[in-house]
Design a protein around this ligand. Structure first.
Ligand SMILES: NC(=O)c1ccc[n+]([C@@H]2O[C@H](COP(=O)([O-])OP(=O)(O)OC[C@H]3O[C@@H](n4cnc5c(N)ncnc54)[C@H](O)[C@@H]3O)[C@@H](O)[C@H]2O)c1
Length: 355
């Protein structure tokens, strides 16, 4: 079992520990005053142990839950159920349940404590630390939120057994972006062990640990995303627009994987990345590419979607490019004047997204 991590935050420090006995940890949490907020699917698959029904709130995990209306419903149930400022929320689920529950925890009585048992690979390797709460509003994703870290995170890879392969591949995409950021030896290892990781999820524990340690180093330095933390948008600016342009047919972490390859392609074409570095990274990333026919992608609307990202302007994209693993750069490019639109078009009309 990996050594626990202690995340240092300007708000409060919190441990992340790995366990093989999440049921015992959840039962122990039931001994303290508070409410269990659990993903509906997770409840169905794993139950709620010793938690009494009147202390459990079940949440369906879809993006519509992650809204002012969804968090309003949750807050109303918490208040009606007698939740006090000294009580805590015990949150069990993936990123959606995390976001809506942590947002509610951050505003209820100006902040109640919460502890988190992440149940998806994305939540275990990424979103469980960092303290961001985000909800969707006015048709835009993640535009409302604040920082409200948990008091503790407990990770059991046993939860990953009931996830479909696509959710694991998507989480692997998120981990790959940390591994490129830090030039981690886990980068090559992920490509080598990709099939084995999908087949035996308990093997993911050291990969999750490595991702969290990389993220930890950066968020402890730049918790509120004033500088270095922005480089974690590597693959994401291009990826978010890919998710939207494919009507979310391509899951997040897979879109991030292709988004990294596209960022590397742009980096190579503008002379930032050496061709053999591009080839080496492409060989690793392509192992986690989704089977998607990019020829159906509407390139004009993709370019527009790129500029819609909250960190961009109408004509300029704040790209995170790379010289190579461990050497990422914030590099704004204008769509027309700098030829970003033509580079994107060349990428998707080449064999690269398939080869
Ligand atoms: N706050 C942050 O820092 C942060 C960071 C990254 C992403 N996010 C958000 O996370 C969300 C995505 O979260 P996600 O990818 O973890 O998935 P999710 O929470 O959307 O869950 C995906 C599906 O898996 C199901 N599920 C969850 N755990 C399961 C399990 N163990 N077995 C079987 N099914 C299970 C859920 O019911 C749901 O149907 C997005 O809304 C994204 O914006 C937040």
């Amino acid at each position: 079992m990996a050594e626990p991590l202690l995340i240092r935050s300007r708000l409060w420090d919190y441990p992340v520990r790995f366990t093989a006995d999440v049921a015992g940890a959840l039962d122990a949490a039931a001994e303290e005053p508070g409410v269990l907020v659990i993903d509906a699917t997770v409840r169905e698959r794993f139950g709620v142990g010793r938690w009494r029904d009147d202390r459990v709130i079940t949440i369906p995990a879809h993006e519509e839950t992650k809204t002012l209306a969804g968090s309003g419903d949750l807050l109303a149930q918490l208040v009606a159920g007698g939740m006090r400022r000294s009580h805590r929320l015990v949150v069990v689920g993936g990123g959606i349940v995390q976001d809506v529950a942590s947002f509610a925890a951050s505003v209820l009585y100006r902040g109640v404590s919460w502890v988190f048992f992440p149940t998806t690979l994305l939540a275990q390797c990424d979103s469980c630390i960092g303290g961001k709460t985000s909800i969707n509003h006015a048709g835009a994703k993640n535009i409302l939120g604040n920082f409200h870290p948990p008091r503790e995170v407990v990770i059991d890879t046993g939860f990953l057994e009931t996830l479909p392969d696509a959710a694991i591949g998507s989480g692997i995409g998120e981990m790959l972006h940390y591994f490129v950021y830090a030039d981690s030896p886990f980068l090559e290892r992920t490509a080598r062990e990709h099939d084995a990781l999908l087949g035996d999820r308990s093997r993911l524990a050291p990969f999750i640990d490595e991702s969290l340690r990389i993220k930890q180093r950066v968020i402890e330095q730049d918790e509120f995303e004033q500088g270095e933390r922005a480089k974690f948008n590597y693959g994401h600016t291009f990826g978010h627009a890919l998710e939207a342009a494919t009507a979310y047919a391509v899951p997040h972490g897979y879109a991030v994987t292709v988004g990294m390859d596209l960022a590397n392609f742009v980096s190579r074409e503008i002379g930032l990345m050496a061709p053999d570095t591009f080839d080496a990274l492409h060989a690793v990333l392509r192992v986690n590419f989704p089977a998607y026919d990019w020829r159906t992608l509407d390139l004009a609307s993709y370019a527009t979607l790129l500029t819609r990202d909250k960190k961009n302007t109408a004509t300029q994209v704040r790209c995170i490019l790379a010289e190579g693993p461990g050497r990422l750069r914030v590099h704004p490019l204008r769509l027309r004047e700098d030829g970003l639109d033509r580079l994107v078009q060349r990428y998707f009309t080449s064999e690269l997204p398939y080869a």
